[in-house]
Design a protein around this ligand. Structure first.
Ligand SMILES: NC(=O)c1ccc[n+]([C@@H]2O[C@H](COP(=O)([O-])OP(=O)(O)OC[C@H]3O[C@@H](n4cnc5c(N)ncnc54)[C@H](OP(=O)(O)O)[C@@H]3O)[C@@H](O)[C@H]2O)c1
Length: 503
């Protein structure tokens, strides 16, 4: 009996050529929670190449057998499909472990030797993708190790790639420094920067929705669109990651990367092809047209004690790892303007926060009202503007709100929803973002990875805020856990005679 629930789905994908994937930090949180489960699911989907191996690297002294046992446990907890004995046996053969610290030359000598042996045994053809699943402080030392040992060097017919996890620096200068560091060993074409939002089906579908349909693009501009709202709200708090969050805050954790990347999909011009560079050129240009965010256009907030999902929730300052007087923002609302012909005078409102009433990521395009309404005020009292909502997660789908006549003998208009849902339209569940991105990187397709120019642009956009907050101080507005954020965020839109949606 076939125990593989994913076989035969996603036949459209191309299987990559032979390669080995090396995960630095192979026993870390991300590797065990996302990366190895993603590889396991690719294996189940028969999307790993016949010549494939994975090598974890980290300071723990472990055998291949011990590593496989630990990964089985993590996959059992985190894989989106259950781990079965029959499938795991085949998969675990592909996993290997190399113990060593990242700053020791010996680690790279051992890794090179193991890659040679494993390459011959598994037929990986000398192709290697190095995934840096480690804290950013370790990036330079690993890149140097790979450069000095010759492991980063490509030869004809043999690729070497580096995949790096966000954060890409913590401001413009540090991002540029990191970039220079990475380029000491790797060319730009070898580098894949992960922003896992770009691996989401629903984000990728924004391009299909816009550029594969004739009816939306003609109205996708300042003449028809009143404004855009992008919301990334979470109901959870910092969940034990207080120490990490103290250094990031909502601006660096969500706005600078995920939100601005999503915005670039919504705002970009049509690319001439779906070629990676053509798409990334247009996304880069959209970000280059964004005005830097000024403190007067931004509200930052921090959650205080309240209720979340019916339970009492403590305030941010009482979370583990958080300084008692911390001024780090857990909420941002911003008004962003794009200076180009398509979007001039059309605000993009961005909002993200923790401990908000629900988990939702969506892009809402609000259209202008009709120039003249030939109905009485009473008939159209409940009519709202047309809104197109792209739901990125959960309940992935797209809906359009429009006015309809309430069935009765008189004219009365009410706003109704036309809805498309992924799970009912397609039988297959969407893949996890990391599955898509690992596969793309193995295939050398950079479309869904931000290029350095886009990273630089997004730091440029948030730079005035970082500077002003450091220079002038002043804390965030407090908002109660379980609320939709500080009142000042409502005032930000009220100034423009608009208001936030309640998703
Ligand atoms: N976790 C997530 O959900 C998530 C989400 C988005 C992005 N990221 C990014 O992904 C990267 C990895 O995050 P993570 O949460 O997986 O970190 P992590 O749990 O700290 O994992 C890092 C791993 O690297 C090992 N390591 C660290 N320094 C080392 C050294 N000098 N020599 C040898 N091994 C060393 C650690 O070993 P020990 O176990 O011995 O300390 C650990 O296993 C970070 O850049 C993070 O920002 C993570």
């Amino acid at each position: 009996m076939d125990t593989n629930p994913l076989r035969d789905t996603f036949r459209m994908h191309r299987v990559p050529g032979p390669c080995a994937v090396v995960i630095f930090g192979g026993l870390g949180d991300l590797a065990g929670r996302k990366l190895v489960p993603a590889l396991y699911n690719l294996y189940l989907r028969r999307l790993l190449p016949a010549g494939f191996a994975m090598v974890g690297v980290g300071r723990r002294d472990a055998t291949d057998t011990e590593y496989r046992a630990e990964m089985r446990e993590r996959c059992a907890r985190f894989s989106r499909t259950p781990v079965t004995d029959a499938e795991w046996e085949g998969f675990e053969e592909l996993l290997h472990w190399v113990g060593g610290t990242f700053d020791a030359t010996e680690t790279y000598t051992t890794l090179a030797r193991r890659l040679e042996e494993i390459g011959v045994a598994r037929g990986t053809a000398g192709n290697v993708m190095f995934y840096l699943s480690v804290p950013p402080s370790q990036f330079p030392v690993i890149v140097d190790g790979l450069g000095d040992s010759g492991l980063a060097r490509e030869e004809p017919g043999r690729f070497r790639r580096a995949v790096i996890e966000k954060p890409f620096g913590h401001d413009l200068p540090s991002s540029a420094a990191l970039d220079a560091e990475v380029h000491r060993a790797f060319k730009e074409s070898q580098v894949f920067r992960i922003d896992h939002y770009l691996g989401k089906e629903t984000v990728q579908n924004i391009l299909v929705f816009r550029f594969a349909n004739g009816i939306f693009e003609p109205v996708w501009n300042r003449n028809f669109i009143d404004h855009v709202q992008i919301t990334v709200s979470e109901s959870i708090g910092v969940e034990g990651r207080g120490k990490f969050y103290e250094e990031a805050g909502a601006l660096r954790d969500i706005v600078q990367n995920h939100m601005l990347q999503v915005l670039s999909f919504v705002a970009m011009e049509p690319p001439s092809s779906f070629d990676a560079e053509a798409v990334r050129d247009e996304r880069g240009k959209a970000l280059a047209s964004c005005r830097p965010l000024l403190p007067s256009d931004v509200v930052r907030g921090q959650y205080s004690a309240g209720f979340s999902d019916g339970d009492a929730a403590k305030g941010y300052r009482n979370e583990d790892g958080v300084a008692p007087g911390s001024d780090v923002e857990t909420y941002i609302a911003a008004r962003l303007m794009i200076d180009n012909w398509r979007w001039a005078d059309t605000p993009f409102y961005l909002r993200t926060g923790k401990r908000l009433p629900k988990r939702v990521t969506e892009v809402a395009i609000q259209f202008k009202r009709v120039p003249h309404l030939p109905f009485s005020y009473a008939a159209a009292e409940q009519l709202e503007p047309n809104v197109l909502v792209l739901r990125i997660q959960p309940n992935e789908g797209i809906s359009l709100r429009f006015g309809a006549k309430v069935p009765s003998e008189r004219v009365q208009i009410r706003t109704v929803n036309m809805d498309f849902q992924y799970d009912t339209a397609f039988s297959a569940a969407p893949a996890e973002a990391y599955e898509t991105l690992l596969l793309d990187a193995m295939r050398g397709d950079g479309t869904n990875f931000p290029r350095q120019d886009a990273v630089n642009q997004s730091w440029r956009i948030v730079e005035p805020l970082q500077e002003s907050w450091t220079r002038l101080g002043g804390g965030p507005h407090l908002y109660e856990a379980g609320s939709w954020g500080p009142e000042a965020a409502d005032e930000l839109l009220a100034r423009d005679r608009r208001r936030w949606r309640r998703p």
